[in-house]
Write a protein that binds this ligand. Structure first.
Ligand code: C2E
Ligand code: MG
Ligand code: MG
Length: 416
């Protein structure tokens, strides 16, 4: 018996090619993509299977497969499509890398007409995009609920933001030599009456997809500056870092955002540090380079968050104007007393040294990890062993203790 399976593919971040090279070049690129995708469709169809391939909108392509093994054929084709885009496209001297997000639906599930199939493939596509670029997902019933949850989550987040119901907690970073607090990282908190505490790992990606992230960024920068002003009034001066997602660099104007917040709260930009990920840097290298240079020109520091989990070219790292690398928690987690698994942390520390950058270890939870990092001359540590992210007034107490000469020491992970 025949079944029908649909693969709905969407090029990730295609708009930026139009923005960078113009629509004519964007069109050429789409034609090249379509050529590769359609070649893959014709290449190895299973026997007695028919395929219809179409571009259904800007950067979206669909293939409908009909045959006795349509489901398997759809899976295999999705793999082929990923592979056929791995070779970069050339535009003059520039190599362009493209990736696809895909959703797959089939009549072996519930859908039995083209419209429901398209809807299900679209739902699967969006579910994949929710967790980042380059994902392929197959539709299943729960996804419809997920989508509903996401709609609800987004609408509640929008209301929370409008009613100023978000909060910032601050997690201190400590110098491994002096044991003193050298700065704090601002981390967003959202407690919803109905949903309880929602993790930023859940709502930030959602906000990124829906565009709400731009308002959130503004909220965060404004509140960080407000807090700095208030601390300054109490006689405390402490650098604050905050996370800025790639969207701000792609669609927004981080320089203006930060400059405006500093000015309206009378805060020195030198007390601010922006944490960005490697993918933010690599998305559009030239633009990021220019932006970071301007930020550093204002006195803002730049740190690379979750370092080692993304990918960035070492040549670029040298070119960018940076201050700090933050070793991702997943590497710190693996630190053992005998040192057998510590290669990545050691390598990042050495890399930071050779590029004259400071290095922070994130997610330090045990004294073994801490001792090893101290012995390896990691500059700063941040993690539950020292302190969890806490409300602003608790930071004040910590700063007060420090100003009275009380030596900071790890409190242990239980001390929440
Ligand atoms: P991140 O910037 O890498 O932040 C560090 C995360 O690790 C925080 O999680 C922090 O609470 C957690 N953490 C710190 N020390 C430890 C430890 O010893 N053990 C463990 N298990 N975890 C530790 P949180 O607050 O849930 O934030 C998660 C992520 O959400 C952040 O990762 C960041 O990417 C994002 N995020 C948080 N606040 C903001 C924000 O204001 N704007 C943006 N764009 N993203 C944010
Ligand atoms: Mg961070
Ligand atoms: Mg991190």
């Amino acid at each position: 018996r025949n079944s029908v399976a649909l693969v709905h593919a969407d090029l990730d971040g295609f708009q930026r090619y139009n923005d960078s090279f113009g629509y004519a070049a964007g069109d050429d690129l789409l034609v090249s993509v379509a050529d590769r995708l359609s070649a893959a469709v014709s290449a190895d169809l299973p026997p007695r299977t028919q395929a219809t391939f179409a571009r259904i909108g800007g950067d979206e392509f669909v293939v409908a497969l009909c045959g006795p093994t349509a489901d398997e054929a759809a899976d295999a084709l999705a793999d082929q499509w990923v592979k056929c885009l791995q070779t970069p496209f050339m535009r003059e001297e520039t190599e362009l890398f493209l990736s696809l997000s895909m959703g797959i639906a089939s009549t072996t599930n519930s859908a039995c007409d083209f419209e429901s199939l398209m809807k299900e493939a679209g739902t699967a596509l969006n579910a994949g995009k929710a967790t980042g670029n380059g994902n392929t997902r197959k539709f299943h019933e729960d996804m419809a609920c997920e989508t509903l949850d996401r709609v609800q989550l987004e609408s509640r987040l929008r209301v929370a933001l409008r009613n100023d119901k978000l909060d910032l907690h601050y997690q201190p970073k400590y110098c491994t030599v002096t044991g003193r607090i050298v700065g704090v990282e601002a981390l967003l908190r959202w407690h919803d009456e109905k949903l309880g505490s929602v993790s930023p790992c859940k709502f930030i990606p959602l906000a990124e997809q829906t565009g709400l992230i731009m308002d959130i960024n503004k909220w965060v920068v404004t509140h960080v500056c407000r807090q700095l002003r208030s601390w300054s009034g109490l006689g405390f001066e402490i650098p604050v870092s905050f996370n800025l997602s790639a969207a701000e660099f792609i669609h927004g104007d981080p320089v203006r955002l930060i400059a405006a917040a500093c000015e309206s709260h009378d805060v020195s930009p030198s007390l601010l540090e922006v944490e960005i990920t490697e993918s933010t840097l690599m998305y559009d290298v030239e633009a990021a380079c220019e932006c970071l240079t301007q930020l550093r020109g204002m006195g803002v520091s730049i740190s690379i968050d979750d370092f080692g989990t993304g990918y960035s070219s070492l040549a670029y790292l040298k070119r960018f104007n940076l201050d700090t690398l933050k070793i991702d928690r997943s590497f710190v987690e693996g630190i053992t007393a005998d040192g057998s698994e510590n290669g990545i942390c050691r390598a990042v520390i050495a890399l930071a040294r050779s590029l004259s950058l400071k290095v922070v270890a994130e997610g330090v939870e045990t004294t073994e990890q801490n001792d090893w990092l101290v012995a390896e001359s990691c500059d700063y540590v941040q993690g539950f062993l020292w302190s969890r992210p806490v409300p602003a007034r608790e930071i004040q107490l910590l700063l007060l203790e420090a100003s009275q000469g009380t030596q900071n020491r790890p409190r242990g992970i239980a001390a929440a």
